[in-house]
Design a protein around this ligand. Structure first.
Ligand code: GRF
Length: 205
């Protein structure tokens, strides 16, 4: 049965925020039963900050270099999130690995998107890695976050073909709309309480 109360969602992002935008729009138009409560950003000047402002959504710039260590940085984020009673966190181009404090506080409630068909090509330049491996297909993965790099149970994957002459740029551009579609569907399922151990899938290491 569908859960009725809208889930409180936070998005963590570091850059242009196209995935964040897709999620925001799908929450706004009711496709996702969620309400975007706030954006956490770690990069000064990131375009996502302007976007959040234009949406009228609270945004917080929390820059790691302003803190003595990762633990105090993450504890500051946890304090910021508290008043919003967050049910789920969507990492959308958030370019750092979450530490133990956040992962524990929101266990099973943190989603990430990565531009490869995990477990292949973790880390940076995933699209370039797929090209260099001479694959004929690339894709994206939305998965739960378990604290290791691009690791944790897989929720959904989306695929696109790799075409002759593709570069990292052309492939990334072809993949991006697929990322948006896949992330919206995954967050929709999450917000409806439809994700279970049976319909997510362990990653091989
Ligand atoms: C996306 O390719 C996402 O998969 C990766 O970083 C990129 C972020 O793009 N983790 P955007 O900020 O969502 O436009």
């Amino acid at each position: 049965m569908k859960e009725c109360k809208k889930k409180h969602i936070a998005i963590f992002a570091s850059g242009r925020g196209s995935n964040a935008t897709a999620l925001y729009e799908a929450m706004k138009n009711g496709r996702i039963q969620g309400e975007l409560q706030c954006i956490i950003c770690d990069k000064e000047g990131a375009p996502i900050l302007e976007k959040a402002k234009s949406w009228g959504v609270s945004s917080f710039l929390v820059v790691p270099k302003d803190f003595p260590n990762r633990q105090s940085y993450e504890r500051a984020i946890l304090e910021l999130l508290k008043p919003f009673q967050i049910d789920g966190i969507a990492l959308a181009g958030y370019m750092r690995i979450l530490g133990e404090d956040i992962v524990k506080a929101y266990e099973g409630k943190i989603l990430n998107i990565h531009p490869s068909l995990l477990p292949d090509f973790r880390g940076l330049h995933a699209q370039r890695q797929a090209l260099e491996a001479h694959r004929t297909e690339a894709g994206c993965t939305v998965h739960f976050v378990d604290g290791s790099l691009d690791s944790g149970p897989i929720i959904l994957q989306g695929k696109v073909p790799i075409l002759e002459g593709d570069t990292e740029e052309t492939l990334s551009a072809r993949l991006l709309p697929k990322e948006h579609e896949t992330y919206v569907e995954a967050l929709r399922l999450f917000c409806e309480g439809a994700l279970t151990e049976e319909n997510t899938r362990k990653q091989s290491k």
